[in-house]
Design a protein around this ligand. Sequence first.
Ligand SMILES: *Cc1c(COP(=O)(O)O)cnc(C)c1O
Length: 334
Amino acid sequence: MSVIDLRSDTVTQPSQAMLEAMAAADTGDDVYGEDPTVNRLETELAKRLGFAAALFVPTGTMSNLLGLMAHCERGEEYIVGQQAHTYKYEGGGAAVLGSIQPQPLEVQEDGSLDLAHVAAAIKPDDFHFARTRLLALENTMQGKVLPLEYLTRARSFTREHGLALHLDGARLYNAAVKLNVDARQITQHFDSVSVCLSKGLGAPIGSVLCGSVEFIAKARRLRKMVGGGMRQAGILAAAGLYALDHNVQRLADDHANAQALADGLREAGYEVEPVQTNMVYVAMGERADALKTFAAERGIKLSAAGRLRMVTHMDVSRAQIEQVIATFVEFSRN
Ligand SMILES: *Cc1c(COP(=O)(O)O)cnc(C)c1O
């Protein structure tokens, strides 16, 4: 029985072709700046996203941490969504390791932060307060794509208020593919962007932080400090380069599969939130645990949550989506 894992798009296995690209990679010691494949990945992604420089790191968590720490000194503050990954799902790293104070705000229905609320949260220049330095957004946010028009407003807003603007673009390419725009249409508004290669893009490991030359130099120093300096990392960067060349446009398939899953479940009577990209949220309430067990017995891995999140990715086919729908139908009859 082949397992269908819908817990996250992080679970993908590297394809044979990706493994071959990794095996063929030229490598060197990246702490000396001598890994040609890492250098190529950094140059390539910086260019694609319209930045002067980039830094390859093991995880998106580290990428965001370095981004926050490069923007904010001790006792400074970043404004962030209450449900944002950087704030809620990264072990409080910015506070623990960077002494950066988060100012979380409730995320709106469309995944954005209300700029009037952000304005109200910016601290006046007064020694009682932490210094507000940065606004951090996330795109996609729980599968939702931030409107381009909002990004334009966020950019001029942060300029007006003297804040930097960081994007947790773990799923930047899902947003770009959904909007059918060059990713640069999104990234042009930001001072720094973090992109995960190990989500829908299908690489086994790796994220990239993009920004100015100065910013990335600072982040590189911080990366060493937090233990993220890797050596012959070209074998990993090769997977990232392969992913950028082969796995971007196919994200549209994941989005179509997520839509098909949502449609099928809705038809079966489930309460499903509107789908934009590769995430499907279903209201399971108290039945979440029972469903998880029921599905596991049928080879389907789900999280157990009242607001159940299912994530489509390259290792889930349309036929398997139909199998998942059938399992939910069977469950609802029990
Ligand atoms: C996965 C993810 C990250 C970083 O994840 P790692 O597991 O540390 O690579 C950051 N932000 C968002 C929105 C994510 O989904």
